[in-house]
Design a protein around this ligand. Sequence first.
Ligand SMILES: Cc1cc2nc3c(=O)[nH]c(=O)nc-3n(C[C@H](O)[C@H](O)[C@H](O)COP(=O)(O)OP(=O)(O)OC[C@H]3O[C@@H](n4cnc5c(N)ncnc54)[C@H](O)[C@@H]3O)c2cc1C
Length: 293
Amino acid sequence: MTAGMYAARHGLRTGIIERMMGGASIINVEKVENFPGFSEGIMGADLAAMTQEQAMTSGAEFVMGEVSGISTSGDYRIVSADSGDLQAKTVIVAAGSTLRLLGIPGEDEFTGRGVSQCATCDGPLYSGEVVGVVGGGDSATDEALVLAQYADRVLLFHRRDELRAQRELVDRVLAEPKIEVVWSTVIEEVLGENTVSGVSTTNMATGEKGARELSGLFVYVGLAPNGNIVDGLLETDGGDHIPVNISMETALPGVYAVGDIRQHSSSQLVSAAGDGATAAIAAFRYISGRSWD
Ligand SMILES: Cc1cc2nc3c(=O)[nH]c(=O)nc-3n(C[C@H](O)[C@H](O)[C@H](O)COP(=O)(O)OP(=O)(O)OC[C@H]3O[C@@H](n4cnc5c(N)ncnc54)[C@H](O)[C@@H]3O)c2cc1C
């Protein structure tokens, strides 16, 4: 959306093709605390809506549609979506990433019946109960803190013996009496009958098998970039990220990649926004034939 806003402000006719709503990754995040300008933090849904509004008032056109692929036709790039094909001189790929799942027995079966990836949406359902969170990064620690507002107890299962989240979040998790970090532990299976009643575990350090009772399990074990959007158009790296140069240019002239989907992204909102601005300015220069000098 930042790319769209910048492109429109440079006078380019700009379409933002989105399958859900702008900022789909953060609409369920209760509070974003590290976006510059919001010293008290801001709800993810508010930041998403404000950015979408800003892009549209700048002149970008919002097109609802799911993109299935991008191809080339001479000097043009064709974006194929279920809403129809769009032809453009430049395309900025900002398809982000999707939360990974554990891929263990019971996970699929109990999704929506105890297994969730949205603490803000489902946390209030667990008032007074025990819930589990899987992961050890920013999302897992952040969401464990959200869940601690509702649940009686939060078990944070982490496969390592050290959390990898920002220091600020680690300190808050370790100081929160409702959160117990279950170190060096992987979940093997989600257990239950109609709804989740517990998980079976293995301790990575000792090999010891165990089980914990809980009524909800929130999975935050990393993000998988939506790199399939450029299948047949661009090579991705081993992790499905799109390689770019410092101007966000991919190997194909007129095609840019920004945010979580690009190689070596810091996977933060502020850097995704910065990438978007960089790519839009590069696209403007490409179309207008201006150099960077
Ligand atoms: C739970 C959670 C909490 C987070 N908290 C923070 C935080 O506090 N601070 C922070 O800086 N970062 C946070 N992040 C990371 C942040 O959300 C990402 O770094 C950022 O959103 C990346 O921006 P992006 O534009 O690359 O992708 P996204 O924001 O993921 O946007 C991609 C958009 O593309 C759309 N899309 C994808 N594929 C298609 C398709 N085929 N067709 C049409 N549309 C498509 C999606 O619907 C989505 O709206 C958090 C992430 C998660 C998951």
